[in-house]
Design a protein around this ligand. Structure first.
Ligand SMILES: Cc1cc2nc3c(=O)[nH]c(=O)nc-3n(C[C@H](O)[C@H](O)[C@H](O)COP(=O)(O)OP(=O)(O)OC[C@H]3O[C@@H](n4cnc5c(N)ncnc54)[C@H](O)[C@@H]3O)c2cc1C
Length: 398
């Protein structure tokens, strides 16, 4: 056991932190209010090579792994990029480079990996539907095979960035639910090029990650060449669980980093705001919750490191990944809530930024994985308890 950080990792942290600090709170506040994509931030990440972190060297990237990816995402959020800035990096790594380098054909690798590294491929993912949220098996979007291509019909919701995405990682059924004995069968993943396959999007107004933007997406006879299938047809569930594990690692890194940032804002304010002739931080009612959050955060970071370490050893990271997602989400939510409380009335002022973190950091208790589903998973997988719910049509263990 060695908790010392390598020089390479310390340097990686410092370099991305230095870059991200060039985009201060005011920058993200403006983007939040105007709901404008952070193009300058994206361009800076691209020109300094950060978008290609997981892209193999032969495709123009750095060829690094999940441990380094989680560090980069964490440092971006920890140094002011918050939830939207960290999430943007997370999406590029976990929905773009990771699945394509891991499961993609030579065609998909050659097409997308260099573009990701150059900052020319913004990725969105589509699995949630009006009728299918935490139960992915209920999706109805259907891809029908016709003469060398697929014709896709269906509707997705909550597709972050779909309105400006270059590529979409789409989950669709290639066998209908009624046709399969096991609902995990017949799911297929596609990497859709939005320039060649036209989709229709409608804005879904939302209170979180406003610089990125949420969408309802309509697939109406969308024609997708068959070489855009990721991995094997009908076996998409296998790849999707891996993408979900990567996403959990990534979003927990965003949550932990942004929580640490907002905790710092609260601590600084508690040191400097004087009421009854003394700093408010000298009251234990103010300082103890902040101390408790710090403990949660350090525990979340350790769990994240273990999940990333398992990932890179090719082991199943799902237990640690789910635990990290839960504990980071709880730490993040408490940090944002306590920051608002510490700032008093000013906590509600847009110019103080903590209200923005309050909105954004609430997300992780619900998405990508609600805490109830983490508890379901840990109850069964780790504690061996009988499942608390039953979907009569599903034979697979969630
Ligand atoms: C800002 C934002 C961005 C998102 N981005 C994307 C994206 O880019 N792409 C995408 O595909 N999706 C995206 N999502 C969707 C997100 O993944 C889902 O909202 C999430 O998975 C929950 O699904 P749902 O909203 O349909 O909830 P439901 O599945 O309807 O569940 C509702 C509630 O019931 C609880 N529940 C359900 N069954 C059980 C049970 N058996 N035991 C205990 N509790 C249960 C759930 O935990 C949840 O709290 C995003 C969502 C948000 C809010």
């Amino acid at each position: 056991m060695d908790f010392n950080e390598s020089d390479e990792h310390a340097l990686l942290r410092k370099e991305i932190a230095d870059l991200v600090r060039q985009f201060p709170r005011e920058y993200w506040r403006k983007k939040d209010v105007s709901e404008e994509f952070p193009q300058e931030y994206w361009d800076a990440l691209a020109s300094h090579g950060w978008l290609g972190l997981l892209v193999p060297e032969e495709y123009g990237g750095a060829g690094l792994n999940m441990y380094e990816a989680h560090l980069a995402i964490y440092e971006a959020s920890r140094n002011g990029a918050g939830v939207p800035g960290g999430d943007l990096l997370m999406r590029t790594y976990m929905f773009g480079s990771y699945p394509i380098r891991q499961f993609g054909s030579a065609y998909l690798k050659e097409k997308w990996l260099p573009r990701i590294a150059e900052g020319r491929a913004l990725f969105s993912i589509g699995h949630t539907e009006p009728v299918a949220g935490v139960n992915t098996f209920d999706i109805e979007t259907y891809a029908e095979r016709r003469a060398g291509e697929y014709v896709i019909n269906g509707q997705k919701i909550w597709m972050t960035l779909a309105h400006r995405a270059d590529a979409i990682l789409l989950v669709a059924r290639t066998k209908r639910k009624e046709e399969v004995a096991n609902k995990s069968d017949g799911l297929t993943l596609f990497v859709i090029d939005t320039r060649e396959s036209k989709i229709r999007t409608a804005k879904l107004p939302a209170s979180v990650m406003r610089p990125l933007g949420e969408n309802v997406v309509y697939f109406e006879d969308v024609r997708v060449p068959e070489e855009n299938v990721l991995g094997e047809v009908d076996k998409g569930w296998r790849y999707l669980t891996s993408v979900f594990n990567a996403e959990r690692l990534g979003t927990a890194s965003v949550a932990a980093g942004a929580a640490e940032y907002v905790l710092d804002l609260a601590v600084e304010y508690a040191k400097t705001r004087s009421v009854f002739g003394r700093p408010i931080g000298s009251n234990q009612a103010v300082s103890f919750p902040l101390a408790e959050i710090k403990i949660y955060l350090e525990a979340a970071k350790l769990m994240l490191q273990k999940a990333a370490w398992r990932f890179d050893r090719g082991e199943d990271p799902s237990v640690e990944g789910n635990m990290a997602a839960y504990i980071a989400a709880e730490a993040a939510w408490r940090a944002a809530d306590q920051a608002v409380q510490t700032f008093g009335g000013l906590g509600f002022s847009v110019e103080m930024d903590v209200e923005r973190y309050y909105r954004d950091l609430r997300l992780f208790r619900t998405a990508p994985v609600p805490k109830e589903m983490v508890f379901n998973f840990i109850s069964r997988r780790v504690l061996g308890l009988p499942r608390t719910f039953r979907d009569s049509r599903a034979r697979i263990q969630l």
